[in-house]
Design a protein around this ligand. Structure first.
Ligand code: DSN
Length: 478
């Protein structure tokens, strides 16, 4: 698409919106300015392409399409069928997966679809067979009661939150924790790495129905072949949540033992992180789970979002292009350059570095909490998010860590030299920030002191660093 076409498309869209509610048009414009001017280091964010963004803003949004391709509960879904089938085909081809379900609206939705597909396959289907009925409506009240109790009494083993696992992997504040009896595996306190022998031991003791691999804040590769062997040894279904690193799998940076798709029974992902698509989710699975996965809507999902499925098809087509592999490799190169830059300046990193898209700084070395560090960096034009570190003494709200990731800045084109400069900016802010005190003089976990002049100076440096790498160079809204 020519630059003129992109500018015309977005300018025209804003003009149409402005005629109805100018404040929304202004906010959309302001968001572009903010994203252009800040150093976005949130590991789970990216910048979708103009084509992906435009595929979402249209009349597909008006269509209901419960069901799956060619088998809908609404008439008139022929065009939705086209985009859903395209998105699924691109996903299957990209990841080498036997089956793809592209309806989930988010990562949590994708995980719920996966959990219920496994429960249906492993718990509900055998119960129906035993009762010699075809569907749950045909069960007696007593059998239905027994099945519900059985469905709500299953076990899940996943990575602990402070080792980098995700809330949706069976933790109590999330619905998954209310559905499953959950145990978690951590990381080796000395190295910060997954200890597969300990995972195997936990699996042997706990005998989970589902073993979950995957993370949102673990800066290393995971050996999915070993996890699959562990799952098999205890009869567990092996599920991987690759939401964070799907782009690295798509770009063939993670292959062999580190590619979850050939090893897991079922894989979930978001589409908007390192994969660089629209906000949404997706499930890939082996053929034996396909029918259950396809029941995601209305089992746990509201109506599919055809406009987002259209955008998924566009983004997945982009990820199948050869240049995506180059992008994925640059994400990791940049994360390693950023890690090196921080380490050489004295920062403490969880696991001592990274081999994926993210770096986890233990900011207790700067005598700060994650919350203080996050805010001080934000004041300085650097957008990150606080995150627990293993055995975090400050809990999940204040935390002791800052998680930074490179997918977004890599999309803009920044490279190793800029990552070193970014490390310098981060280190400067963190060394110049001090913990604040509460009104009664006790130490605060939230308040901090940072000279406003220094924060401004760093923010200007950040803007200068970005100036050479304009975001959406083809879009001029002026
Ligand atoms: N919000 C995503 C993340 O930042 O990791 C996943 O929950």
């Amino acid at each position: 698409m020519s630059r003129n076409a992109e500018s015309t498309a977005f300018r025209s869209a804003l003009e149409v919106i402005r005629a109805v509610e100018p404040r929304v048009a202004d906010a959309i414009g302001a968001e572009l300015t903010d994203q252009r001017e800040s150093l976005k280091l949130i590991a789970s964010e990216n910048y979708a392409s103009p084509a992906t963004l435009l595929a979402m803003g249209n009349w597909f949004s008006d269509k209901y399409a419960e069901g799956t391709v060619g088998r809908r509960f609404y008439a008139g879904c022929q065009n939705v069928d086209t985009v859903e089938a395209l998105a699924a085909e691109h996903a299957r081809e990209l990841f080498g997966a036997p089956h793809a379900y592209v309806q989930p609206h988010s990562g949590i939705d994708a995980n719920l679809v996966a959990f219920w597909a496994v429960l249906a396959d492993r718990v509900e289907s055998p119960a129906l067979k035993k009762a010699q009925v075809r569907q749950v409506n045909d069960l007696t009240e007593a059998d239905w009661f027994a099945l519900r109790r059985e469905l709500g009494n299953q076990r899940m083993l996943g990575m602990s939150l402070d080792a980098g696992g995700h809330l949706t992997h069976g933790f109590r504040p999330n619905i998954s924790g209310k559905m499953f009896d959950q145990r978690s595996y951590g990381t080796d306190p000395a190295t910060g790495l997954i200890d597969y022998d300990r995972v195997a031991e936990a699996a042997r003791e706990f005998k989970p129905l589902i073993l979950v691999g995957g993370y949102s804040a673990y800066p290393r590769k995971v050996n999915f072949r070993i996890l699959r062997e562990i799952a098999d040894s205890v009869g567990a279904t092996f599920m991987v949540d690759m939401a964070h690193f799907a782009g690295l799998v798509a770009g063939k940076v993670f292959t062999g033992d580190f590619d979850p798709v050939p090893h897991a029974h079922i894989v979930t992902t978001t589409t908007h992180k390192s994969l660089r698509g629209p906000r949404g989710g997706m499930v890939l699975c082996q053929p034996e789970l396909a029918d259950q996965v396809d029941r995601g809507c209305p089992m746990v999902l509201g109506g599919p979002l055809p406009h987002v499925m259209a955008a998924k098809a566009v983004a997945l087509a982009e990820a199948r292009r050869p240049d995506f592999a180059d992008y994925a490799q640059r994400i990791v190169d940049n994360a390693q350059a950023l890690a090196e830059g921080l380490l050489s300046r004295g920062a403490t990193l969880v696991t001592g570095g990274t081999d994926n898209h993210l770096v986890l700084i233990d900011v207790s070395g700067y005598e700060l909490t994650g919350r203080q560090a996050e805010q001080a960096l934000l004041d300085s034009g650097i957008v990150t998010n606080r995150n627990s570190v293993p055995q975090d003494p400050n809990g999940a709200w204040y935390t002791s860590g800052i998680r930074i990731g490179t997918p977004a800045l890599t999309t803009r084109g920044l490279g190793a030299a800029e990552m070193d400069q970014t490390a310098e900016l981060i280190h400067t802010v963190l060394t110049q920030t001090t913990a604040g005190a509460n009104a009664d003089g006790t130490p605060s976990k939230a308040k901090y002191n940072l000279d406003a002049g220094l924060a401004d100076k760093v923010a200007r440096h950040a803007t200068d660093l970005l100036a050479t790498y304009p975001l959406y160079p083809g879009i001029d809204l002026t």
